[in-house]
Write a protein that binds this ligand. Structure first.
Ligand code: KG4
Ligand code: ZN
Length: 327
C-alpha cells in the first residue's frame, strides 16, 4: 500500500509517498528556514504564507515521482502552528475528496516515532519512545502500534527549545540545535560540568530545561566565556539529563526496544551517548534512531505512521488541532 504523506506543522512543507510504511518512493520538501535565519526564529504568519505558496508544487513533485500511484492520503493535523497546520490539513481534505482517496489524520509527535520503522528496521514491542523536538520532550510506552501511553516529559521548555534559546544567548544562528552541535565539536574530550543538570536525580521521568538558559545567561554575562566551550557545556547538560531519564524509563518499563525520535535526535553526540549507555546497562534492549534527514520534520514519517496505524476519517470532519498531545 502506498500512502501520500503531507506535513506542514512548523516551517517545512513536505510531501512524500511511502510504500508499506517502509520504502520511500518520493520525498519532496520546501523550507522557509532561510527567512527564519534572518529573523532569528520562526514568525508563524510568515511560515504559513510561504507554505501556501509551496504546498501544491511540493505535493505535485512527490506524486509525479511516484508515477501518480498511491492509495491514500495522510496529513499532520497537530500539534504545531495553527496557520501552518491549516495549509496541510485543508489541502489534504480537498485532495482526498477530489481524488476520492481515503484520508488518514496523523499526530505529528507520534509520527516522529515511526521514522524508526523505515527501511529494514523492525522495533519490537513493548517499546519506549523519547520524542525530543522543538516544542516537546516526551517519554512514551508503546505496547503496540496503536497503544501509546505518556510516561514522562518536560514540565517547561522542550529539549530543542533549550538548544534554540541557549544558541540565541551565544549569538549562534537559528535553529540552535545544529549550530550548538557544530560549535561543540571544536571543544571535545574535555570535562563538561559547568551547567546544572535539572531533575537528573529525581525519582521520576520528568524533565525541566528552562533553568538551563538562566544558568547560561549568568555565564554569558561574565563576558569571558568561549562560544565553543559554552556550546559543549549546553549540549552535555541536555544530553546527560536525556540519557539519565531514558535509562530510568528502561528500568521501570523493561521494553524490548528504545526509540529516539524528533528533531533533536539528529544530534550525533546524543545518539552516541544514549546508545552507548543503553548497550552498557541494558544490552538486551535494541536501540533505534532515525536517519538524521528523517529526524527533523518530514512527510515520510507521516506516511509511515499512517500505514502502521490507519485511522480513516471523513475529510469533512477533520480539523487541525495545534495543541494535541502525544497520547
Ligand atoms: O522535530 P523538529 O524538526 O520540529 C518540531 O517538531 O519541533 O525539531 C526541531 C528541533 C529544533 O529545536 C532544533 O534546534 C532541533 O530540533 N535540532 C537539533 C539538531 N537538529 C535539529 N538539536 C540538537 N542537535 C541537532 N543536530
Ligand atoms: Zn517535529
Amino acid at each position: 500500500m502506498r500512502i501520500l504523506g503531507i506535513e506542514t506543522s512548523c516551517d517545512e512543507t513536505g510531501a512524500a509517498v511511502v510504500e508499506d510504511g517502509k520504502k520511500i518512493i518520493s520525498n519532496s520538501l520546501a523550507s522557509s528556514q532561510e527567512i527564519h535565519i534572518v529573523s532569528g526564529g520562526i514568525i508563524p504568519e510568515q511560515a504559513a504564507r510561504e507554505q501556501i505558496k509551496s504546498i501544491i508544487p511540493v505535493v505535485n513533485e512527490a506524486i509525479k515521482r511516484a508515477d501518480n500511484n498511491f492509495d491514500a492520503i495522510a496529513v499532520t493535523y497537530g500539534p504545531g502552528l495553527i496557520g501552518s497546520l491549516l495549509v496541510g490539513v485543508e489541502t489534504a481534505k480537498t485532495l482526498s475528496l477530489v481524488w476520492e482517496k481515503p484520508l488518514i489524520p496523523v499526530n505529528h509527535l507520534v509520527a516522529h516515532l515511526y521514522a524508526n520503522w523505515l527501511g529494514d528496521k523492525n522495533p519490537q514491542f513493548p517499546a519506549i519512545g523519547l520524542v525530543v523536538s522543538g516544542g516537546h520532550t516526551d517519554l512514551v510506552e508503546m505496547k503496540s502500534y496503536s497503544q501509546i501511553k505518556w510516561i514522562g516529559g518536560t514540565r517547561d521548555d522542550a529539549a530543542g527549545e533549550a538548544f534554540d534559546k541557549c544558541a540565541r544567548l551565544l549569538g549562534l544562528p537559528y535553529p540552535g540545535g545544529p549550530a550548538i552541535s557544530k560549535s561543540a565539536e571544536n571543544y571535545r574530550n574535555k570535562k563538561l560540568d559547568l551547567l546544572p543538570r535539572p531533575m537528573i536525580n529525581d525519582n521520576n521521568l520528568d524533565f525541566s530545561f528552562s533553568g538551563l538558559k538562566t544558568a547560561v545567561l549568568t555565564e554569558v554575562r561574565k563576558e569571558d566565556y568561549k562560544v565553543d566551550q559554552m556550546a559543549a557545556e549546553i549540549q552535555a547538560a541536555i544530553i546527560d539529563v536525556l540519557v539519565a531519564k531514558s535509562l530510568k524509563s528502561i528500568e521501570l518499563y523493561k521494553p524490548k526496544s528504545f526509540l529516539l525520535a524528533g528533531g533533536v535526535s539528529a544530534n550525533n553526540a546524543l545518539k552516541e551517548k544514549l546508545e552507548e549507555a543503553i548497550v552498557k546497562k541494558h544490552s538486551k534492549v535494541q536501540f533505534f534512531c532515525p536517519d538524521p534527514k528523517l529526524s527533523t520534520d518530514n512527510a515520510v514519517m507521516i506516511a509511515a505512521a499512517a500505514y502502521f496505524d490507519k485511522r480513516l476519517i471523513d475529510p469533512i470532519k477533520l480539523n487541525a488541532d495545534p495543541q494535541i498531545e502525544i497520547a
